[in-house]
Design a protein around this ligand. Structure first.
Ligand code: AMP
Length: 278
């Protein structure tokens, strides 16, 4: 298992008919990222994993400075999952002096939920992912459903700007107790960690209520009751939404998603689940 680490500008051989995949990450890899890399390696001949803590997608007071970083460990985990190249650029490589262009998805898709709580976040994501697509020129790019709204934002600008990259969505990888794996889980204290499953249990409650004949509104109420059982967790939102537009729905439709976010004293967590199949 050999992985080439590129810290400066990325110069790739022409793909020459070989399928090239990109897996964009902010590093501090875990099994969720590894699942993306494994899928990419199974379906492509060349896998580029980008590791870039993108300053543009962090707001003031967020954790840009303290975001966990460990390149040596990431290189081992990426190689073990089948990565060929790690692209680990500096901030100056991506945003050199004079940089003045952003990509912005407008409307509810980027303004609701995470967009409301993290103004500018999706512009930062859209800008860096567009740049990564242009630098790496992948045939396909792999994103986790963990960041569900981000996935839909990426699909939107990829289509709107004719970027032509095949966007592959990978289901959420969870800890055995249901907590969605996340680089930020390391912030959880020992006391908070078992309680952090509350997001997962709230989503399950929504899904079970839906299966039992509840309306979306009633199902959300059932989920909120679960959230309220953990007072240390302050919810930002719990909603049932359209799977592509992320707008709240009042009638069930195939692929309907429950989305949830909120804060423990040490960390903000998000999660989501498909709650209606047919
Ligand atoms: P991040 O490093 O947090 O920016 O995540 C990089 C990519 O990995 C994104 O597409 C995430 O959605 C995806 N990802 C993160 N955690 C998980 C998980 N638990 N399961 C599946 N994908 C994940």
């Amino acid at each position: 298992m050999f992985v080439r680490i590129v810290n400066g500008p990325l110069e790739l051989e022409p793909a020459g008919g070989r399928l090239r995949a990109l897996v964009p990450t902010m590093g501090y890899l875990h099994e969720g990222h590894q699942e993306l890399i494994k899928r990419a390696a199974a379906e492509n001949e060349e896998v580029v994993v980008s590791i870039f803590v993108n300053p543009l997608q962090f707001g003031p007071g967020e954790d840009y400075q303290t975001y966990p970083r460990d390149l040596d460990r990431d290189a081992r985990l990426a190689a073990a999952a089948g990565a060929d190249i790690i692209f680990h650029p500096s901030s100056e490589t991506i945003y050199p002096p004079g940089f003045a262009t952003t990509v912005s998805v407008t409307g509810p898709l980027s303004e609701l939920w995470e967009g409301e709580r993290r103004p500018g976040h999706f512009d930062g994501v859209a800008t860096v992912v567009t740049k990564l697509f242009n630098i790496v020129r992948p045939d396909s790019a792999y994103f986790g459903e963990k960041d569900y709204q981000q996935l839909q934002v990426v699909r939107r600008f990829n289509t709107d700007l004719d970027l032509g990259v095949k966007i592959v969505a990978v289901p959420i990888v969870r800890e055995p107790d249901g907590l969605a794996r996340s680089s930020r889980n390391v912030y959880l204290t020992a006391e908070e960690r078992p309680k952090a499953t509350v997001l997962y249990h709230a989503l399950l409650a929504v899904r079970e209520a839906a299966a039992g004949g509840a309306t979306p509104e009633e199902a959300v109420a059932a989920g909120k009751k679960v959230l309220a059982s953990v007072p240390e967790f302050v919810p930002d939102y719990l909603a049932v939404v359209h799977p592509e537009t992320l707008e709240p729905i009042s009638n069930w439709l195939p692929g309907a998603r429950a989305i949830v976010a909120g804060r423990f004293p040490t960390v903000r967590l998000i999660d989501n689940m498909e709650v209606w199949h047919r």
